[in-house]
Write a protein that binds this ligand. Structure first.
Ligand code: PGA
Length: 255
C-alpha cells in the first residue's frame, strides 16, 4: 500500500544529459530500501519519456507525461495522442495543469476530453485544479473548485479499480515560492474530497489528492501530515535529485 505519492513535474526543463545526471545523483542520495511504500512518479517532456524510463525505473520511479491531445489521432501537427503515449508504456499523465489552462487555452471541457483519451488507453491521469490569486482574493476559491470538479467529473462513471489522482494547485502558489499554509491546503482538499464523494459515493474517498505549489524538502512534512493530503506534485524542487530523494524520505517517515 502506497501511503503517499511524490510526483515531480519537470515542465520544460531537463535535457537528456541532465536526466542522466539526475539519475546518478538520485542513486547517491536515495535509500529506496526505506521507502517502498511511497509511490514515486516524475513527469517529463515527451522526447525524454523512454530515456527517463530507462534511467529511473531501477529506482522504482514511474515516468509520466505532462499533457496529451484531446483528439484520438489524425492531422494535429505537434500533438501527442494517448495511444502514442500508451505505445511507449506511459502509465501516468498530468492533465489540466494551470500553465496549460493559462497559456494554451485548456478549459475544463478540454481537460475532460483529455482524461477520456487517457482513460481509453488505461493511462492514469493526474488531474489538476486550483484557483488564481484574483479568485482567492475575491472569495471565489470554493466556487472555482466546484465548477472545475463538476465539469470534469459529472456524467463520467468511475470504473472499478480505476486509478487516478487529483492535484490541488493554487495558481498563486506555483513557482512563486508562496506555499499555501497546510491549513489552507487541507481546507480545499477536504472540500474536493466531499465533492467527489457527492458525485461518486463513498469509495471516491480513496482517490489520492495531491497538493502542488512551491512544495520543497523544508515544507513537505507539514503538508503531508494533513488528513486529506495524500501526496505532492512538485515542480521546481523536483529538478534536484537530492531534494527529490529527501522529499521521498520525508514521505516514507510521515505517518
Ligand atoms: P512548483 O510547481 O513546485 O515549482 O511551484 C508545481 C507545479 O506546477 O506542478
Amino acid at each position: 500500500m502506497n501511503r503517499y505519492v511524490i510526483a515531480g513535474n519537470w515542465k520544460m526543463n531537463m535535457t537528456q544529459g541532465e536526466v542522466f545526471n539526475f539519475s546518478e545523483n538520485y542513486c547517491i542520495n536515495c535509500d529506496d530500501s526505506l521507502n517502498i511504500n511511497v509511490k514515486k512518479i516524475i513527469c517529463v517532456s515527451y522526447p525524454l519519456l523512454t530515456y527517463a524510463m530507462r534511467e529511473l525505473s531501477g529506482f522504482g520511479i514511474d515516468v509520466g507525461a505532462q499533457n496529451v491531445s484531446e483528439h484520438s489521432h489524425g492531422a494535429y501537427t505537434g500533438e501527442v495522442s494517448a495511444k502514442i503515449l500508451e505505445s511507449v508504456d506511459v502509465k501516468y499523465c498530468i492533465v489540466g495543469h494551470s500553465e496549460r489552462r493559462q497559456y494554451f487555452g485548456d478549459t475544463d471541457e478540454i481537460i475532460k476530453q483529455k482524461w477520456m483519451q487517457l482513460r481509453s488507453e488505461r493511462i492514469n491521469p493526474i488531474i489538476c485544479v486550483g484557483e488564481t490569486l484574483e479568485e482567492r482574493e475575491s472569495n471565489k476559491t470554493f466556487d472555482v473548485i466546484k465548477r472545475q470538479i463538476e465539469t470534469i467529473f459529472k456524467g463520467v462513471e468511475l470504473k472499478a479499480g480505476e486509478d487516478m489522482m487529483i492535484a490541488y494547485e493554487p495558481v498563486w502558489a506555483i513557482g512563486t515560492g508562496k506555499t499555501a499554509t497546510p491549513e489552507i491546503a487541507q481546507e480545499v482538499h477536504k472540500y474536493i474530497r466531499e465533492l467527489l464523494v457527492d458525485i461518486y459515493g463513498k469509495h471516491a474517498g480513496s482517490i489520492p489528492l495531491l497538493y502542488g505549489g512551491s512544495v520543497k524538502p523544508e515544507n513537505i512534512k507539514e503538508l503531508l501530515e494533513q488528513d486529506d493530503i495524500n501526496g505532492a506534485l512538485i515542480g521546481g524542487a523536483s529538478l534536484d535529485a537530492k531534494g527529490y530523494a529527501e522529499m521521498v524520505k520525508v514521505a516514507s517517515e510521515t505517518v
